[in-house]
Design a protein around this ligand. Sequence first.
Ligand code: JHZ
Ligand code: ZN
Length: 413
Amino acid sequence: MPACLVCHDPLEPFLSFGKMPLADAFLDEPELAHEFFFTLAPGLCAACGMVQLCERVPDARMFHDTYAYYSSTSAGMRRHFAAFADQVRRRALGSADPFVVEIGCNDGILLDGFAAAGVRHLGVDPAGNVLAEAARKGLTVQQGFFTERSAMDIAAAHGRADAIVAANVVCHVADIHSVFAGVRALLKPAGLFIFEDPYVGAILEQNALDQIYDEHVFYFSVTSVNRVAAIHGLEVVDVAPQPVHGGELRYYLGVRGAHAPSRAVDEWIERERASGVVSPAAYRDFAVRTGALRQRLIDTVDRILSKRHRIAGYGATAKSSTIINYCGFGPAEIEYIADVTPGKQGKLTPGAHVPVRAPDFFRAHYPDYALLFAWNHEKEILEKEAGFQAAGGTWITYVPDVKVRSRPPGAAA
Ligand code: JHZ
Ligand code: ZN
């Protein structure tokens, strides 16, 4: 029986995807022979409420110098992070010479907002290639994992931080105790630890099973985050929902007693209790619903192919690895996936080995149907690719359910 990474109680798996590849491990032909697989199975810890993967992949296998995801590929996300930086500055950076540390800064999409305002900052990330992009922009960065040890070194070298921030990172780190202990050591007594991650309540509500993959070790709720925080002398003092990545929560944590928690914290915890977000039944239902959703997507694809229509994908997301491999699709079903990331283009997707192509290739080879794997960027992509529908193409989305989009009025038949 696997054990909870937070409290060591037994975990109850509620779903198994079987053997899955690493969601961001795009491959060249010669690499196919030694592709890495692991058992993808999320579970709930009934004792502390933390949802997490039962089998974990070592950090260094996922986060290294050829990391596939560059955060700055979406204009909407650049706006989101500019507003995030503004908010952190207003709420936590009032001292004379404030210092902010970002855990997992990637290409610097969030640090940009601090640097532009002249705020002393440090970004830490193990992935050298994305970090080089941040350094190229003049941001102050350091390569490595954020651990209790490295946090103490940062405090010794730069002083303690007014704010520690992270986006789509804390839920990626199996050694969550090292991260929280590091935060406690590095944060000023009145400082704030502000981070955001996909909200498990949104995953349940939207049947977003493709949020489950190797890098997402944890699926947080306010209840579960507050319990980990308490172990390290921290507490959640505010919570704010964010409309990005399919529904996230931004958590504000302080040293216990340093800030009065807002009413929102209790309200969220009560809502989670009432809606069952921390109870096994909700996850059993999720497994049943998403199993049916998978079948509807397979049937939809089969129906389209039986009419000899062509399907391509859009957005070679980490999420797409889960849905594509879970449905058993390959290049016979999905001809190619268009993606703007240069490092993904020309490669094959993990597990299914669907070729990744540039968006220009999509425009030159429109399929009849395009499966939108970057469904969280729907507005941005549908606007950018308006020509596809105008040329008679049809989008398919699958969150919260399979939807074959009709063409906009006035489009060519
Ligand atoms: P997107 C990654 O997940 C991995 P992914 C990671 N584990 C995580 O938690 C989240 O990010 C935050 C492309 N694209 O953001 C770029 C276009 O081609 O949904 C990306 O490859 N054209 C860290 O991969 C992908 O789609 C566009 O116009 O699921 C989007 O990936 C846009 C907007 C995106 O995250
Ligand atoms: Zn637990």
